[in-house]
Design a protein around this ligand. Structure first.
Ligand SMILES: *Cc1c(COP(=O)(O)O)cnc(C)c1O
Length: 423
């Protein structure tokens, strides 16, 4: 094995450090496999219950009227996530789009959106209008209020109580850390927050940005009172096979509004051709529990490896985790670049490319990204990205297989060593 790694450019010292680290992770990995098994059953049951059939795997064109594959896929998502309905479409271009649909469809001029968990994901700042933007919610008369987390990361219960007014209509809770150093919330914690908020104002709707969280636990935020959960199909639930798309799962009346926002009032879910993508969406969802498990193992391995070298990592290798993102504080722009070079050069596609930081639509700082993916920008595939700002955190995620995640992580360390980091 070591020879095989050597021929890949990974030194004996790096490989052996990796093997030592892995010895302590066996129990953790076993738990992850059990979660995957549980979730595999959940998805399989939903597919069988809805009678997924061979003819559902072909697609429609044009209006997409009576596309039974598409409609059945949405039933499968809804049953897996224990919601009344779901919207799962290739016409949802990405996670930000799915979130924008869920927000804009369920807020009207004069309403207020509340985030009780601090600043949302970077791309949502323009959606909401925190950074002024054409077409933002703010431009359409929807105001926004935010309650930051306490310095220790706890919910600010009093602040939240004070922030709920009669204007407050929708609450947005981001499960994952995104590009910040705060922790990721468990579905249970999100449930506690939802119960609290609904005890103040029972008719509030709660949306959870579930990006990167799907299938890392046995339950989802929808099992704990979320009215909508939202995510991207080029992350966990697409299983690496969905080439595009997003989902919104939740209460039927809210999903109806989302569908009518995505297409048009009067059309809603009835139109939207699946364009031959049903098969990859079904198959990707079927594989998602195990693909997510592989990515989670990669995240834990990266945490343990970099922790052993004295870097701060979030979460630590010992903490429970509720998403597949691993943040590593790399401290210098050189380390950040070297890490990304390692991930990129371990990729099956575009391995010869050298990542450099650049401006990205929707992001305030230049971002460096490593992604040699089958699906452009897919972050369930082995990928890493970080904004070029202190403390030079890298956000690492994905890996269609645990083995590939491991190879990529060892290669990242090799590049840091090549750039002068002492082992
Ligand atoms: C990825 C992500 C988004 C946005 O998804 P895109 O597909 O990149 O538009 C939103 N929120 C969180 C927490 C994310 O991780």
């Amino acid at each position: 094995m070591q020879k095989a790694y050597e021929s890949f450019g990974i030194s004996a010292a790096v490989y052996e450090r990796g093997e030592r680290i892995l010895k302590d992770l066996a129990e953790r990995f076993r738990e992850i496999d059990e979660t995957a098994e549980f979730n595999q059953l959940k998805v399989l049951r939903a597919m069988q219950k809805n009678g997924v059939a061979d003819y559902h795997l072909t697609g429609s064109t044009g209006y997409g009227h009576d596309d039974q594959g598409r409609d059945t896929l949405e039933r499968v998502y809804a049953d897996t996530f224990h919601t009344e309905d779901a919207l799962v479409r290739p016409q949802i271009t990405c996670g930000t789009h799915a979130l924008y649909i869920a927000l804009s469809a369920n807020l009207k001029a004069g309403d207020e959106l509340l985030s009780p968990v601090g600043r949302p994901y970077d791309t949502l700042e323009e959606v909401i209008g925190i950074r002024p933007s054409v077409g933002s919610l703010a431009e359409n008369g929807i105001s926004y209020r935010q309650v930051d987390l306490k310095p220790d990361g706890a919910f600010d219960w009093d602040g939240i109580r004070d922030a709920v007014t009669e204007k407050t209509k929708l609450v947005t809770i981001q499960r994952s850390r995104g590009y910040s150093s705060r922790r990721t919330f468990s579905p249970e914690e999100i449930g506690e927050l939802i119960r609290f908020i609904k005890s103040i104002k029972p008719d509030l709707n709660v949306m959870v940005d579930n990006c990167y969280g799907e299938f890392t636990r046995r339950e989802e935020p929808s099992d704990f009172g979320a009215d909508m959960i939202v995510g991207s199909l080029i992350k966990n639930p697409g299983g690496g096979l969905a080439p595009v798309g997003g989902y919104i799962a939740g209460r039927a009346d809210l999903i109806e509004r989302c569908a009518k926002r995505l297409t048009a009032p009067g059309l809603g879910k009835d139109v939207g051709a699946s364009l031959g993508l049903n098969a990859s969406m079904f198959q990707g969802f079927f594989l998602s529990p195990t693909v997510t498990a592989g990515a989670e193992k990669g995240a834990i391995f990266a945490a343990a490896l970099y922790e052993s070298l004295g870097f701060s990592v979030y979460p630590s290798s010992k903490e429970p985790r509720y998403d597949i993102i691993q943040a590593i504080e790399l401290k210098t722009p050189e380390n950040l670049s070297a890490f990304c070079a390692g991930i990129q050069s371990a990729a099956p596609v575009d391995s010869f490319v050298r990542p450099v930081a650049s401006e990205m639509p929707g992001y305030p700082d230049p971002v460096i990204m490593a992604a040699g993916c089958f699906v452009q920008g897919s972050s369930i595939e082995l990928s890493a990205d970080g904004p070029m700002r202190e403390p030079y955190n890298i956000y690492f995620q994905g890996g269609l297989t645990w083995q590939h995640a491991k190879i990529g992580i060892l290669n990242s360390l090799q590049k840091l060593v090549d750039a002068g980091l002492a082992l």
